[in-house]
Design a protein around this ligand. Structure first.
Ligand code: IMP
Length: 446
């Protein structure tokens, strides 16, 4: 019998929506949190009191002492980056021992993947994707090419050394011949990898049996997606996407559990839109509105520090996400960044430059790049949403904004985040989803 109370938290836009905060808030109510896609390109920020944790690979549930954290086969793992994160958590008094487990089928990301990522971006010129430079694309390419190393090999140092040398030598030949780039120092890389492998070996263990056992005895799981639907390799703004699937269904593939073990989908979306890296962004605003969002919202990447591109809420792109990812409800973050803006624009339709309507998000990135957004203007609000913890205290304009987004998306906005801290959060409405969330995050019900 499968428990219906497992839950998925995914990004509903181009990443950086604030998933770390939402997952951290909810994870106290779950026996395990699972990361199932991407690698250390992700940056999930969790604030607890005055402490700030920037997580990249470790699931955001780790801050809760009793929470088990599992990492699926669909991840690409840089062993050194993972250890760095584990060590930083230890410095903050958070011990991952005995509760962080890595699928033996996860892919190992090598230093040469990073070098290839940078070299390829370097020769792409105007067609560059603006990757995080972490080696994510080349690692997933090696998964598909069937030459990548899988995490089980961390438990067999001799096999690891032989295989890592062989693959890194192939990569070095590519770096030299295709990109005229500096090869990676293989001796230094092998030393680093072997010392990381020694420490990570005890974490390598199948995660599917754990998930199935927990769910079968009524202990629900929280699945934590990385990046966002619009960065999904199949349903995002291809080719300006990441190399993994960011859709919730991929969790079943990554964990080896079957789709019936997944739960309803909560998508985190920002009250406006941001994007890092290149690619179409129809509602991008280059004027004072966009600059204001960047400044007030501190829109600089957790992983790379790059300034994020900012713009208005794009209800067409968000509705695409609702449809292709099967989103049941939305957690809207950073509404406080819109405090004090006189007029708010929401994009409700796309048109070609000569005024013909375009249905939904087109597959053709060049067409999407040329799109003219059709906006509805909504009034802003004078009061503040910052730090508000009940819907009754929200300014009427903010409630109107939330209701408009719900109409556009066709799903309820059940969580509103009004600041970076755990307590700056409210749960809205009486949907089944909201009722389930309230006790989980201890929200007041007004
Ligand atoms: P990659 O995942 O490093 O290959 O980068 C591909 C695209 O996805 C680039 O536009 C990145 O900026 C974007 N991207 C990757 N991970 C994240 C994330 O966690 N948040 C936001 N954008 C991301």
């Amino acid at each position: 019998m499968v428990d219906q109370h497992s839950m998925m938290v995914i990004g509903g836009q181009w990443g950086d929506e604030g998933k770390g905060k939402v997952v951290d808030l909810l994870s106290g109510g779950f026996s395990a949190v699972v990361r199932y896609n991407g690698g250390h390109n992700a940056g999930h920020t969790v604030r607890v009191g005055d402490r700030k944790f920037a997580l990249h690979l470790v699931p955001s549930g780790i801050i809760h002492p009793g929470c088990r954290c599992l990492m699926g086969a669909g991840l690409v793992i840089d062993p050194t980056a993972l250890l760095r994160e584990i060590d930083r958590l230890a410095e903050e008094g958070i011990d991952v021992g005995g509760r962080l487990f890595l699928s033996p089928r996860a892919a190992i990301l090598l230093p040469t993947h990073r070098a290839l990522d940078l070299a390829r971006e370097g020769v792409r010129g105007d067609a560059r994707i603006g990757t995080t430079g972490r080696g994510i694309g080349p690692a997933y390419q090696d998964v598909a090419q069937r030459r990548c190393l899988k995490a089980w090999i961390l438990t067999d140092p001799a096999a690891f050394e032989t295989a890592a040398r062989s693959v890194m030598e192939q990569h070095n030949r590519e770096l030299i011949t295709l990109y005229d780039a500096e090869p990676v120092d293989i001796e230094a890389a092998v030393d680093e990898l072997l010392s990381a492998a020694r420490r990570l070996a005890p974490t390598v263990r199948e995660i599917g049996p754990d998930i199935r056992r927990l769910v079968d005895v009524g202990k629900p799981i929280l699945f934590e997606g990385a990046q966002g639907v619009l960065l999904d390799v199949h349903w995002g703004t291809y080719p300006f996407v990441t190399s993994s699937s960011c859709l919730p269904a991929f969790a079943a593939v990554s964990c080896g559990i079957g789709a019936r073990y997944l739960g309803p989908v909560l998508a985190v979306m920002k009250a406006y839109t941001t994007r890092v890296g290149a690619g179409p962004f129809p509602t991008e605003d280059f004027g004072p509105a966009g600059n204001g969002m960047r400044e007030r919202g501190a829109e600089f990447g957790t992983t790379t520090g790059r300034p994020r591109r900012c713009g208005w809420f794009d209800a067409v792109a968000a509705r695409h996400a609702v449809e292709v990812a099967g989103i049941d409800a939305v957690a809207l973050t950073k509404i406080d960044v819109l405090d004090g803006m006189e007029t708010l624009k929401v994009c409700v339709g796309y048109e070609t430059p000569d005024g013909r309507p375009v249905a939904g998000v087109p597959a053709d990135a060049a067409l999407l790049e040329s799109i003219k957004p059709r906006y509805v203007d909504l009034p802003g609000w004078e009061g503040r949403t910052e730090g508000v913890i009940t819907e009754a205290e929200l300014p009427a304009g903010a409630v109107g904004y939330l209701q408009f987004l719900e109409e556009q998306l066709g799903v309820p906005v059940v969580i509103v985040s009004t600041g970076p801290r755990r307590e700056e959060t409210l749960v809205r409405g009486s949907s089944l989803f909201a009722e389930r969330l309230r006790p989980l995050i201890g929200a007041r019900s007004v």
